[in-house]
Design a protein around this ligand. Structure first.
Ligand SMILES: [Zn+2]
Length: 67
């Protein structure tokens, strides 16, 4: 198995990153993972942006831009 080096980080986001008890965090992370699994880059980016915005607005956490 070969793994080509990529510029962007692999998606290892898990529900562990979600704020505890926040359904929207889990929903957005689930979307992000599903899109990544399907290699749906635009869907993944969209979910990531929504998650970042949600984290900032609801939880006051500014995530590093991974893209
Ligand atoms: Zn949340």
């Amino acid at each position: 198995m070969t793994s080509a080096p990529e510029a962007r980080e692999p998606v290892e986001t898990d529900t562990a990153d979600a704020a505890v008890g926040c359904d929207l965090c889990i929903t957005l992370l689930t979307h992000m993972r599903a899109a990544a699994d399907e290699r749906d880059l635009s869907g993944e980016v969209d979910a990531r942006i929504r998650y970042r915005r949600h984290m900032l607005e609801r939880h006051g956490e500014r995530l590093p831009f991974p893209i």
